[in-house]
Design a protein around this ligand. Structure first.
Ligand SMILES: *Cc1c(COP(=O)(O)O)cnc(C)c1O
Length: 230
């Protein structure tokens, strides 16, 4: 049941925030609904959740029609953004967490400048820079040394508002192994004068909160395991 799972996640967030001497209201819970139907978003919305994370542009575009009566919901794109999908992403999402190159930032900015692209929605787009802090070859994200230039490039884009940084540590059963990555992201954000830290998933969000996360992205702990890709 989603109600119970949400209660459990909320008490884990509260306990981690208390340990770190932080306020619950400084941490946004983003419910990650990839591979779940629109009904999962609607159920979570009915329980008061307003921030939803999705990884695939086409998948979310297909669900959107069933979400017209969820005012105030904010949709966060947290997957890898291919440049041929950026225009659609600019149309349908409120926040993009995975900007990782100047080229992608400029492309999004140009698309957001097109007339009518965000009809009836706030102009401009909130974005975060995805930073690759591990040496795993497959992970997306900007190299830490490229972050200052990317920050400058995004700040020069009139249609983008830079909120902060996002990262995904290498997956491990042991949440403590994520801690140095989260601490590193916090330091990078501080150096660049950025407020938000999107970090922490179902298995390590408490550690992320202890290290300063302002947005945690939680799927499995709320909705259960996802089906494996066919
Ligand atoms: C799927 C996903 C999540 C949620 O992961 P869970 O382990 O299910 O909580 C968070 N962030 C990103 C970038 C994801 O792709």
């Amino acid at each position: 049941m989603l109600t119970q799972k949400l209660d459990q996640v909320e008490s884990r967030i509260a306990a981690a925030a208390a340990r770190a001497g932080r306020k619950r209201s400084d941490i946004q819970l983003i419910a990650v609904t990839k591979k779940f139907p629109a009904s999962a978003i609607r159920e979570a919305y009915a329980l008061g959740l307003r921030d939803f994370g999705e990884n695939y542009v086409q998948e979310f575009d297909a669900k959107r029609g069933e979400l017209a009566d969820c005012p105030g919901a904010r949709y966060h794109f947290i997957g890898h953004l291919q440049s041929n999908k950026s225009k659609k992403a600019a149309e349908i999402f409120d926040v993009i967490h995975t900007v990782d190159s100047c080229k992608l930032a400029r492309r999004l900015n140009d698309e957001l400048g097109l007339p009518d692209i965000r009809l009836g929605r706030p102009a401009g787009m909130d974005v975060l820079i995805e930073v690759k802090l591990s040496t795993e070859p497959a992970k997306a994200g900007a190299a830490p040394e490229d972050v200052p230039a990317l920050v400058d490039a995004i700040r020069a884009c009139p249609h983008l508002r830079l909120l902060g940084l996002m990262t995904m540590p290498p997956w491990s059963d042991d949440a403590e192994l994520s801690r140095p990555y989260f601490a590193r992201l916090r330091e990078l954000a501080r150096q660049n004068g950025l407020q938000h830290l999107s970090m922490g998933m179902s298995h390590d969000f408490e550690v992320a909160i202890e290290e300063g996360a302002t947005m945690v992205r939680v799927g499995t702990a709320l909705f259960g395991p996802r089906k494996k890709a066919a």
